[in-house]
Design a protein around this ligand. Structure first.
Ligand SMILES: [Zn+2]
Length: 100
């Protein structure tokens, strides 16, 4: 086999290896992007479900808006109390009143 034929075969081998590397790189990028998109969608759905669970009680009724205030039943200053039409009420007092 002459040196020119050897050179031609090596060029084809090099082209083949580079093509395989290109396909492997594109495949890895697609895999990485789709995995990240799937994980992001899953995290968004979980976060939204958690947010909805905080807003809607077990009876299906929407809970009153939350904010800081002083509980009208126990008198504690709370960062996340419920603001009802009767005034602010802390989460612990709200849970005991909604259960009874
Ligand atoms: Zn309270």
């Amino acid at each position: 086999m002459s040196q020119l034929q050897m050179f031609g075969l090596n060029m084809w081998l090099l082209i083949g290896i580079l093509t395989l590397l290109l396909f492997a790189t594109v495949g890895m990028l697609v895999l990485y992007t789709s995995t990240r998109a799937w994980l992001t969608t899953r995290a968004q759905n979980r976060s939204f479900a958690e947010f909805q669970a905080q807003r809607i009680g077990p009876d299906g009724q929407r809970k009153p808006p939350q904010g800081s205030g002083i509980c009208r039943r126990c008198g504690d200053a709370v960062a996340n109390g419920y603001h009802t039409s009767q005034g602010c009420i802390c989460v612990a007092c709200f849970d005991t009143t909604s259960q009874t």
